[in-house]
Design a binder for this molecule. Structure first.
Ligand code: UD1
Length: 365
């Protein structure tokens, strides 16, 4: 009898984590049957559909269509719809990834229905409770049955919080599976040429954290520093950031049209990877980009006060940055004076098959 696995996808950073899991479950297991559920947190063509196309994901079997809204609206919306689905079509296990609202919402619903949950990317901690993702991580990990960690520091965090050893499995970084799978194609595209920049002579910027973009004064201070950078900066703008730019007329006030900053629409997976691969540096407040740049050995500045991914600093090419520290750090990168990183253990492209093995053992014991 096949074991039914609900695989949960909700927002952009989930899709590149779900894709290798989908493949490994669909093709690499005779016991497990994946069912893909999209909660609908991200819904624009360039925030969702393009990733399904790029990454070879099938149309989701179920689309909960919950959409945006406040945290409570998103969380409760997913909980109500997901509970109905679980009651109607009970899975043997729910597989969640990352730290978005739906990760937590679906975990709580499943746990209360006594359906086991496995969390991919467990154990990461920023210790910053002002980040919604940290709350999602803590709540998810406190009840999930299987805690699948990307690196040893994640496993250690869980032990320190008292998680039983048999729940913790160090499996490696799932997002790197997608990168390994896609890198040749991503390299071969000519996306960056469309923006009239030279390889190794431009930067890539992404900003979407509420702490950086929700307050227009803060966003303006960041943009004022970025306009001083000497090389072109390609900046695919997240819908959250786009709204603040527009409503506050920041494109004009910050003189972006006269600067080296090129605002562009959000890109698909391959196009964005192509921009990163050929860039001199990346400046971002994303979680996953810290890991991708470490794997690619590209200097990364993370504009945040803390990170849940410290291994990208101790072992990789990432440094934390503030608005004040940025100019000096950018200078160091432009002068070629940056650390050489190494790739962390088990960031090797084979995390998904390791996860399938853990799930099979768990469900057949
Ligand atoms: C969410 C995640 C964050 C992740 C990010 C990646 C949570 C708590 N946050 O933040 O961890 O790093 O996704 O993007 O889950 N919007 C659109 N079109 C879309 C998607 C969003 O217009 O396709 C709008 C929403 O309506 C909302 C804003 O963008 O007004 C923010 O979206 P939301 O999903 O609430 O949070 P993100 O900032 O994307």
């Amino acid at each position: 009898m096949l074991k039914k696995i609900f695989l949960i996808a909700a927002a952009r950073p989930n899709f590149m984590k779900v894709a290798p899991l989908w493949r490994a479950l669909e093709m690499g297991s005779t016991i497990l049957q994946p069912i893909l559920i999209h909660t609908g947190q991200h819904y624009d063509q360039n925030m969702s559909d393009v990733f399904f196309d790029d990454l070879g994901l099938p149309t989701p079997h179920v689309h909960l269509g919950v959409g945006g809204g406040s945290h409570a609206q998103q969380t409760s919306g997913v909980m109500l719809k997901f509970e109905e689905l679980c009651l109607r079509d009970r899975p043997d296990l729910v597989l969640v990834v990352g730290d978005v609202n739906a990760t937590m919402a679906t975990t709580i619903v499943a746990t209360k229905l006594h359906i086991p949950v496995a969390h991919v990317e467990a154990g990461l901690r920023s210790r910053d409770m002002t980040m919604p993702e940290e709350i999602n991580r803590l709540l998810t990990d406190s009840v999930a049955d299987l805690l699948l960690t990307p690196s040893a520091d994640g496993s250690e965090n869980l032990r320190n919080e008292g998680a039983a050893e048999n729940r913790i499995h160090l499996v490696g970084n799932i997002m790197i599976d997608t990168l390994v799978h896609s890198i040749e194609k991503a390299k071969s595209l000519e996306t960056f040429l469309q923006y009239d920049v030279q390889p190794q002579n431009y930067g890539v910027v992404t900003l979407h954290r509420p702490a950086n973009v929700d307050d227009p004064a803060t966003l303006k201070r960041i943009l004022d520093v970025l306009t001083q950078v000497e090389i072109p900066l390609l900046f695919p703008v997240h819908p959250r950031t786009q709204a603040v730019l527009k409503q506050n007329n920041l494109i004009e006030t910050c003189g972006l049209a006269r600067s080296q900053i090129r605002l562009i629409d959000p890109l698909g997976y391959y196009d964005f990877m192509n921009l990163m691969i050929h860039s001199k540096m990346v400046l971002s407040d994303s979680g996953g980009i810290q890991e991708e740049t470490t794997f690619l050995n590209i200097p990364c500045l993370t504009l945040r006060p803390n990170t849940e991914r410290p291994i990208t600093i101790t072992q990789g090419t990432n440094e934390m940055a503030t608005i004040e520290s940025l100019p000096e750090q950018v200078d160091r990168i432009l002068q070629g004076n940056w650390k050489k990183g190494t790739i962390p253990e088990l960031w090797d492209g084979n995390t998904a098959p390791r996860i399938v093995k853990v799930l099979e053992e768990f469900l057949t014991k």
